[in-house]
Write a protein that binds this ligand. Structure first.
Ligand code: FEO
Ligand code: CA
Ligand code: CA
Ligand code: CA
Length: 678
């Protein structure tokens, strides 16, 4: 533990701790050698059908055409050409979209959606109770559930817009900024803390298009809902009941309160929403000299980002953010274990407003950026992928133990299964390494690691008590398994036409020459890249795959070379840096969003580009306002209304008449009513 170089800089909202100093797969590899590799993903666009979440979608090359859920739509062809004129980089404080497109802001932070519908006050004087009934801050991952989805429909004019609120801008949230404990006798006003916790979490917003095409919130809808950093939740899966999650709130280790730092998300094949818990470590504080490995490996340290534990009311729901073991206390009397109840994927059923969110521990505990499900197939396991967005962390895959059946599928499929972590081999193959004590290979590695320091984290490994312990310490388990350290895995996406899985690797300025590997070949990778793979036999449950790099981000002239051929050379139309959000629309266009802090004079404001996965043509489609990141994108099933989230804008966007910024969704449509991107 002593070697852990804890960085206390939790006040930086984009802070990503470097807590994995594992030397896993630190091959010295040569960039050109990797780029000589054959092109992968030549999947043809075929006549078979794929459907996602019960909606009828587009053509798929998968030959299993007998077992897709949902209805069929004939021999649809993929439509992946980019039919718009690229927009230029921009540093203006506005949204830019291509000629022939329009954009309008929607559901900004503070929009009332439930309860007494408290009006947004532009002077920041809304209370904590108001915020619990209003849209939260820092919009991130977003999904549109057609209102008739449960009945097999695919409405593109009415649905539930569900989105994450990753974190907050304290200065904008309060009338005069936050009251800091250091200036206030060591405490923070409890209502400020209440408001901050309420500005986090998830919003479920029932929205509907009127006859003119304008979208509005459905006032009084029973579906409208706020889930916050304080909402009661169940712990589910193998970690439920485990001693390391015992708290005074739940002596049985079966419940906790709230979800925090929800970055990206994933809709499940059965119509629910999984919210990721990413940089949750920064909300807790401990003054213990010796911290448990569950905290060390994540950077839970001595300063909490917002000092919620110092709320002057001293109420239990705030005190819990101090995870220091108290003198003479125990897990049943103090909150030493509270942070072990965070770091999971949280399932929310937007169609059941009374339902309690479920933390799905079988998917592992780490800095979940998001999750992406492979298309579900009758009689096959459910498979989903999740990246751990910190430098040198890993990409994971969950394969359910039970088979999928469209008529009965629900969250119980996520109760039991195998969690794997990815190893990207030098030769373009890859392996999924099971993190299960029931698997001989992993059990042998665990046995061999006992008594040793694991990786460079300096954690003296003294074994796992059981599979719950493995999952609570997922990162440590992945270190032991020998996974490939990645350049900050952010969002993933599955190509509906080929089944290929894409992940953004946003950047990693800390990677040294000795730490490069074939899949992460750039020393001091400041602009990032996008990796992709095809599972063996196009079976998402397979334990091996073939991978390739789809594109290297960067400035003009940055090349992606395959078999000596320059496949992509970036130009004014498509330079980008730090890819983050990633989404395949229902036709098969790939949407790439950026969260870039590098060379803003070159790359301008953050942006969204569209890519044709077949040809690797990439064009810039959207540029956000100043200071923001563009994160979160989804469309209606007909791909004629696109929802794009703007997080942490600066200045006074979107309302020039107001003096504080508001995170918001931007609705993009084509003026002729056509398909966005076509
Ligand atoms: Fe929304 Fe990895 O950040
Ligand atoms: Ca971020
Ligand atoms: Ca992100
Ligand atoms: Ca990011």
């Amino acid at each position: 533990m002593a070697k852990h170089d804890l960085d206390p800089n939790y006040l930086d909202p984009n802070y990503e701790p470097v807590v994995n100093h594992s030397g896993n797969t630190s091959f010295a590899s040569v960039l050109t050698a990797r780029m000589q590799r054959r092109t992968l993903m030549k999947g043809s666009v075929g006549a078979a059908l794929v459907s996602v979440m019960g909606m009828s979608l587009v053509g798929c090359s998968d030959s299993d055409d007998d077992d897709d859920n949902g209805t069929t739509s004939g021999n649809a062809q993929a439509d992946t050409e980019l039919g718009f004129k690229a927009v230029a980089v921009s540093s203006e404080n506005r949204v830019t979209v291509p000629e022939g497109y329009s954009s309008v802001t929607f559901v900004p932070w503070g929009t009332p959606i439930t309860g007494s519908y408290p009006e947004y006050r532009a002077d920041g004087t809304n209370t904590g109770a108001d915020q619990e009934q209003q849209v939260g801050m820092h919009h991130d991952g977003v999904h549109f559930f057609p209102i008739d989805q449960k009945a097999g429909g695919n409405s593109s004019t009415e649905g539930l817009l569900v989105m994450n609120h990753e974190y907050i801008n304290q200065s904008a949230l309060h009338a005069n900024g936050p009251t800091k404990a250091v200036d206030n006798g060591g405490v923070r006003p409890a209502d400020e803390v209440r408001k901050e916790i309420a500005a986090h979490g998830v919003s479920v917003i029932h929205i509907k298009q009127d006859s003119e095409g304008k979208w509005d919130v459905v006032f009084g809808s029973p579906y409208n809902r706020r889930i916050t950093g304080g909402t009661p939740m169940d712990i589910r899966g193998p970690v439920r009941g485990y001693s390391k999650l015992v708290t005074p709130y739940s002596l049985s280790a079966t419940e906790t309160r709230g979800t925090l730092n929800n970055c990206a998300m994933g809709p499940t094949p059965w119509g629910t929403y999984l919210a990721a818990e990413e940089n949750w470590h920064g909300y807790f504080t401990t003054s213990a000299a010796e911290r448990p490995r569950e905290y060390v490996r994540h950077g839970v340290g001595s300063s909490s980002r917002y000092d919620w534990e110092l709320a002057d009311s001293g109420l239990d729901q705030y005190v819990r953010f101090n995870v220091t073991p108290m003198d003479g206390g125990s897990a049943e009397t103090d909150y030493r274990n509270e942070a072990n109840t965070f770091g999971y994927m949280v399932e929310i059923d937007p169609f059941a407003p009374e339902s309690k969110p479920q933390k799905r521990t079988a998917l592992g505990r780490f800095g979940h950026e998001g999750v992406i499900f492979a298309p579900a197939k009758e009689g096959k396991p459910v498979v989903c992928y999740s990246g751990d967005d910190s430098r040198f962390e890993y990409i994971y895959k969950f394969v359910s133990a039970q088979a999928y059946n469209a008529s009965t599928a629900n969250g119980s499929l996520l109760e039991d299964g195998t969690l794997y972590v990815a190893r990207f081999n030098e030769d373009g193959t890859g392996d999924w390494l099971a993190l299960s004590l029931d698997e001989a290979e992993f059990a042998a590695k665990v046995a061999a690691a006992e008594g040793n320091e694991v990786g460079r984290s300096g954690i003296l490994f003294d074994g796992f008590e059981n599979q719950a312990d493995v999952l609570v310490n997922t990162r440590l388990a992945a270190d032991i398994a020998g996974a490939t350290t990645m350049d900050r895995p952010e969002w993933g996406a599955v190509d509906p036409n080929t089944g290929a899985v894409y992940f953004t690797l946003t950047n990693n300025s800390n990677r040294t020459e000795e730490q490069t590997n074939a899949a992460n070949p750039i020393v001091e990778n400041r602009t990032g890249h996008i990796i992709r793979w095809s599972e063996q036999g196009n079976d998402h449950a397979a334990t091996s795959f073939d991978w390739d790099i789809f594109v290297f981000a960067g400035e003009q002239g940055t090349e992606t070379v395959v078999d000596d051929e320059v496949i992509v050379s970036l130009t004014d139309d498509n330079i980008f840096s730090s890819p983050d959000g990633l989404w395949f629309d229902y036709n098969g266009r790939l949407w790439i969003q950026t969260d870039n802090g590098y060379k803003k004079e070159t790359f301008g404001n953050d942006m969204m580009l569209a890519a044709n996965p077949e040809t690797r043509e990439i064009k810039r489609f959207f540029v956000g306002p100043q200071g923001c990141e563009v994160t979160g994108v989804v469309s209606t099933p007909d791909v004629k209304t696109m929802f794009v989230n703007i997080q942490h804008p600066a200045g006074n966007w979107p309302n020039a008449a107001e003096d504080r910024p508001r995170d918001a969704t931007v609705i993009v449509t084509k003026d002729d009513g056509g398909v966005v991107g076509a």
